[in-house]
Design a binder for this molecule. Structure first.
Ligand SMILES: Cc1cc2nc3c(=O)[nH]c(=O)nc-3n(C[C@H](O)[C@H](O)[C@H](O)COP(=O)(O)OP(=O)(O)OC[C@H]3O[C@@H](n4cnc5c(N)ncnc54)[C@H](O)[C@@H]3O)c2cc1C
Length: 416
């Protein structure tokens, strides 16, 4: 055990889990520094966790059955068929053992499990840092504009896909200019939306089981649709549509960005409306169209994994360490797995150098594998979509096994 005083930069999923890991791993003092004042602005959309990954994370103590979820059993694939039913022609069905979560309630449950002994400082931005072989100093600004410089034994970067801590790690360990180590735009966007399931009519609800995840494919993309819990015991319809941006998009995508609800341009709204009306089967197009503008946002997708997960007295976790395309449903899972790896590295090490070395060597390979797991289905499902109008279930199975993820859906096993 290393003891010491540790800062966690970022208090989202990875930050809460890292704070828990540090506390359990014997750290004397843990301080979480989160830029958002109060609670983070929830977007109300969902994420999915494979049953096997859930079992591992439950055993490790990072997920539990009190966190509200919905159980999915199967995935049905649909394609538009102008002479067929409104849901489209079903071209295949596969098992889909996933639990779905609503990001907001999941974050609240994780936050509630961060012990009171951890200081959780919201409205605090880390603007700069200095670090040496034995210590790190963080420069912070609080919501009143007061500036501080604070020493720590270790800074954990849980500061997401535009991580400041990652930039320091990269400049420390890489000969290349840091600009060359930025996340790379994957070439397409994810439109995301969620709305109360009560907005669907009763007959619409009957056409689509709660246990079913729909994969609706079209030339140049697809949309995944499943239900997630809301915070009041009901359900929300959650969807993610992947396709290339409209050609006239006036937006630089070189540096990672995200377009929160209410900020989408007319060009993005029009592009989505055209896909929903012309490329999706009418039932699913109408479902997507039930989403109101304030429930809709866009995430450009990026590929990146840091060359090191730890160096000196800096350590990376979650999206700060690896940004991968979300096709495999493994982003939040990887953030939680990073925390379990950190906890066990801390428990077994006798000093910081040993703990960071153990964590770094275990997680670098996982980061690389996660990016690769995201690229393969992205290629098959968005970048080079085959003609699927005539596919039957066995042809779909062969295509999916060969072209996409094989065994990687839901992320890697914790100790693969
Ligand atoms: C508000 C919010 C809502 C989200 N909603 C969803 C969702 O509905 N569904 C989904 O699948 N994923 C969602 N995500 C993304 C999801 O949480 C992540 O992809 C994944 O869980 C890994 O998270 P992370 O903690 O590594 O990164 P993030 O969730 O991006 O968290 C990074 C955190 O670091 C903080 N931060 C960044 N820079 C600094 C700094 N310099 N100083 C202090 N704090 C800093 C940010 O405010 C943020 O809270 C959301 C993220 C956020 C921030």
């Amino acid at each position: 055990m290393c003891g010491g005083r540790v800062a966690v930069v970022g208090g989202s999923v990875a930050g809460c889990a890292a704070a828990l890991a540090l506390h359990r791993g014997g750290t004397d003092e843990v301080v979480v520094l989160e830029r958002a004042p109060g609670r983070p602005a929830e977007r109300g959309v969902g994420l999915a966790v494979h049953d096997d990954r859930y079992d591992e994370l439950e055993s490790a103590g990072y997920l539990d059955a009190r966190m509200p979820w919905i159980q999915l059993e199967r995935r049905r694939w649909y394609v538009r068929d102008t002479r067929g039913p409104a849901v489209g022609r079903r071209i295949g069905e596969m098992p889909f053992p996933f639990r779905t979560y609503n990001w907001g309630p999941l974050w609240h449950e994780l936050r509630a499990r961060v012990p009171d002994a951890v200081e959780f400082r919201t409205g605090t931005t880390v603007g700069a840092l200095q670090h040496g072989p034995d210590a790190v100093e963080l420069h912070t600004t609080d919501r009143e504009g007061r500036r501080r410089r604070e020493p720590f034994d270790l800074a954990v970067g849980a500061d997401g896909y535009r991580s400041l801590i990652r930039t320091e790690v990269c400049s420390e360990v890489c000969a290349e200019p840091v600009a060359a180590l930025r996340p790379e735009f994957a070439g397409y966007l994810a439109w995301r939306g969620a709305f109360p399931a009560s907005r669907m009519t009763a007959s619409d609800q009957r056409l689509w089981d709660v246990e079913e995840c729909a994969y609706v494919v079209f030339p140049g993309g697809h949309v995944i649709i499943y239900r997630i819990p809301d915070s009041a015991g009901g359900h929300r319809v959650n969807w993610v549509l992947y396709t290339a941006p409209p050609p006239d998009l006036d937006l630089s995508l070189e540096t990672p960005v995200s377009l929160p609800p209410g900020t989408l341009t007319d060009a993005l709204h029009t592009h989505l409306a055209r896909i929903a009306a012309e490329l999706l089967p009418p039932y699913w197009g109408a479902l997507v169209a039930l989403t109101e503008p304030g429930e809709l946002f866009v995430q450009p997708l990026y590929d990146f994994t840091a060359p090191r997960y730890a160096t000196g007295r800096l350590l990376l976790t979650g999206d700060a360490a690896t940004v991968a395309r979300p096709h495999t449903g493994a982003g939040a899972v990887k953030a939680l797995q990073d925390a379990t790896a950190l906890e066990s590295a801390l428990r077994s090490a006798s000093d910081w150098a040993e703990a960071l070395h153990t964590y770094d060597s275990e997680r670098i390979a996982v980061g690389r594998a996660t990016v690769e797991l995201g690229r393969r289905p992205g290629h098959a499902l968005v970048e080079t979509t085959p003609e699927r109008g005539s596919m039957n279930p066995s042809a779909l199975d062969v295509w999916w096994q060969r072209a996409a993820v094989g065994g990687g859906l839901g992320g890697r096993a914790l100790h693969a």
